[in-house]
Design a protein around this ligand. Structure first.
Ligand code: NDP
Length: 254
């Protein structure tokens, strides 16, 4: 699964490993975090290995699939989770200072837009394409989108990229259904990821405000998303495909 070094991705990796899945913990920059995810899985009795590839790089796919082949060592691929994403350009100090939250269209550079689309749209498209010959019949593809496609918050290029990602599931579901492969999308709301959403705890009242706009009246946790991925990856969800599943606790319901 992509982007499993931290946050929601790490929680998904741990949850799938707890189900007995051998997990390829992909990461981009944070090797120590990926190794920590692998270590926590192994400590809990699961199996995982870390693989690195910068999904914005031109050679991303060759690197990723070469490392994946080594780690799998001939074992089958059953589940692909496209989770890795960027909110803004991590090399842009202004964006980094603002926790990656770009305020408006006039502040977005072409480079930033291209980077967001290369990681959030191009990468899952071609990672999926390269996975298909490896993916077993009856396999699962789960893409991680965001409630920002439903709720008109800022983060415009990010929201646009997730809108493009969501287009994949119904079309691929039709294309791959004859192999018993399901393809679904999960859209989390604002999730209590202490690595990215630091503002939730730094800004007075932010956490309470987010909880108040959520039907279930609390902050979403990475494990809330991971449990839904595990459900869609399980045999219990064999009849669910091409769907967008909102996993936001009912955030900003109309
Ligand atoms: P994080 O920023 O905590 O983690 C992102 C992951 O993606 C990391 O493992 C990171 O690897 C990887 N990644 C990012 N860029 C690259 C790249 N160029 N190449 C390879 N790997 C890369 O994200 P979250 O846990 O917050 O989000 C996970 C998913 O959930 C994303 O798809 C996000 O859009 C979605 N989401 C998150 C919400 C939230 O509130 N947190 C809300 C709604 C949706 P590394 O750190 O090693 O570079």
């Amino acid at each position: 699964m992509t982007g499993a070094s931290r946050g929601i991705g790490a929680a998904i990796a741990r949850r799938l490993a707890a189900e007995g899945v051998l997990v390829a913990v992909h990461y981009g920059r944070r090797k120590a975090d990926a190794e920590q995810t692998v270590a926590s899985i192994e400590q809990a009795g699961g199996q995982a290995f870390a693989i690195r590839a910068d999904l914005a790089a031109d050679d991303a796919l060759d690197t990723l699939f070469s490392e994946l082949a080594t780690g799998l060592a001939g074992r089958p691929l059953n589940i692909l989770v496209n989770n890795a994403a960027v909110y803004a350009d991590p090399d842009d100090p202004a964006a980094a200072q603002a926790d990656g939250y770009v305020a408006g269209i006039s502040e977005v550079t072409q480079e930033e837009f291209d980077r967001i689309f290369s990681v959030n749209v191009r990468a899952p498209f071609f990672v999926t394409q390269r996975c298909l010959p490896l993916l077993a019949d009856g396999g699962r593809i789960v893409n991680i989108s965001s409630a920002v496609t439903r709720i008109a918050w800022p983060l415009l290029p990010y929201a646009m990229s997730k809108g493009a990602l969501e287009i994949m599931a119904p079309r691929l579901a039709n294309e791959l259904g004859h192999r018993g492969i399901t393809v679904n999308t999960i859209a989390p709301g604002i999730t209590d990821n202490t690595k990215t959403n630091t503002w939730l705890h730094d800004m007075p009242g932010a956490a309470e405000g987010v909880a108040a706009m959520t039907a279930l009246r609390r902050l979403g946790q990475p494990s809330d998303i991971a449990d839904v991925v595990a459900l869609l990856a399980s045999d219990d969800a064999r009849w669910v495909t091409g769907q967008l599943v909102d996993a936001s606790g009912g955030m900003a319901l109309a």
